[in-house]
Design a protein around this ligand. Sequence first.
Ligand code: IMP
Ligand code: MG
Length: 187
Amino acid sequence: MNQDSGMYQDLDRLLVTRQKIREKVQELGRRITEDYQGKEPVLVCILKGACVFFADLIREIDLPLSLDFMAISSYGSATKTSGVVRILKDLDQTILGKDVIIVEDIVDSGVTLNYLKQILRQRGAATLKIAALLDKPARRKIPDLKVDYVCFDIPDAFVVGYGLDYDQRYRNLPDIGVLSPAIYEKP
Ligand code: IMP
Ligand code: MG
């Protein structure tokens, strides 16, 4: 998709281009490949936002691995977190004794990941790490939350594209951009 697409008209500005994303995802894949030598990690995609990042990242990891998927809700269609986290789809496999990497689109307040980490730790994962495409450190409410791998730190703005949505739209944009406030401030 090129940037003449109508969806790009709803952006204030482009924040991360597809080329930059590609470079960083490749770099992260190499790091994970090194860090997990001799292991067979389980990569857990947090639906739906992480699906695009996940599909690209797993192809940059040169290790035997398995995939699983979880869907949780914490947002509804608003642009601010509610603090309430619900499991909509749980893992298919047991993760007891496994090396688990949670793959998330963005860490904002950190409430969602903090909750997920607690749950997966209780289930007996041998190791548990987080890989996030984006991090908004300015908005963190859980200061202790350790995000092990991050591709980009971004400013406090609402972003869409490359899997991230506003009201389920814009996930298919190949780049990441700041959504025009006019879009979500509409009456
Ligand atoms: P947290 O629990 O506040 O860290 O929220 C994390 C979730 O909020 C992410 O998985 C996203 O689904 C959503 N989110 C947070 N910031 C943004 C954004 O800028 N654009 C789109 N979704 C976001
Ligand atoms: Mg979302």
